[in-house]
Design a binder for this molecule. Sequence first.
Ligand code: GLU
Length: 374
Amino acid sequence: MHRRLRWIITTMGVVALVAGLVASPRAQEIKFFRLGTGSISGVYFPVGGLIASAISHPPGPSRCGEGGSCGVPGMVAVAQASRGSLSNIRDIRAGRLEAALVQSDIAYLAVKGKAPFSGKKAVPGLRAIASLYPEAVHVVVRRKSPIKTIGDLRGRRISLDLKGSGTRSIARLVLKRYGIGSKDVRRLNSQVGPGVDRLKSGRIDAFFFVGGYPAPVISQLAKTVPLRLLPIEGNRAAAIRKANPFLASVTVPASVYGRMAATPTLAVGALLVVSDTVRQDVVYGVTRALWHPSTRQILDQAPRAARRMRVENALTGVAIPLHTGAVRYYREKKMLGSGGSKPATHRDGAPGGGSSQHPTSATPGATREPGSKP
Ligand code: GLU
């Protein structure tokens, strides 16, 4: 009897082990997925980290709905710090990243092969997974500063962010429309973290940051240094929007950063993009995991700026073609017709183009799947 029991237990153990090996995620292919973000002090970096954890499902026994991850089986995604949109796209092109967070204006230039992505630098294979949240053009000064307008930045010590950032590209466009050339300011360029430190210690007078609002690092600064944002409005804002149709007018509400007045500025959409070399089933899995109900709890830990991410807005103002894996997901969700058409209005009814509280809706490139007619 005793022996028989031992035999049963041993047999059950072997059966369990074999079943475990067959079903084990270890037997799955492990997919590494590198996600480019931005400065560690920005908004992309924490958002990218949360997206990476939402889409990952490393080998292990736990299942979605049973306390386990609802990510892509076998996926190990990692968020990497970077200089921002331009450098992320270059890293995708060079095969150093699979995916990234980027500004929609920069993604558009890369796909179309327009400067700074002209000629061989074009990245026609860049594809979108989703539009995530609006990024406002912050031009931050001390509240007591004599600098009241962008024009007052002439001759001042300012940071436009580093080469490779999307912030710098927009900062230069803004300054140009106010007649300020690169030699008209004293540039002490840095990413947003050091920019905040330098404004605090008085080493610079202003810095640019194009990112979700409120940006935690700026909120932190506002606790000790009263701040103001410089307005970008009127004819000049209209001219900038004409030069960069992916920008929309928005108002950063009062008190976003301490006791600050509501400030009109411009904003651009943040996109999650991927290389078209990533397999369709993988991108389908990533898109599904991104918008899985369990991901909401993860995204709700994100900086407030990024909690605006909603599947309903995922196709709003996507400036470049969607990846076929994402198309498959949105079709299943009936967000895309079979021809790739999408419902005309934003969830909140914002129009596409012009002034909007939902700048991601202001991009001219309607959501299209590759090969579909505009
Ligand atoms: N939009 C910025 C850029 O591409 C980065 C914003 C962020 O780090 O949150 O430079």
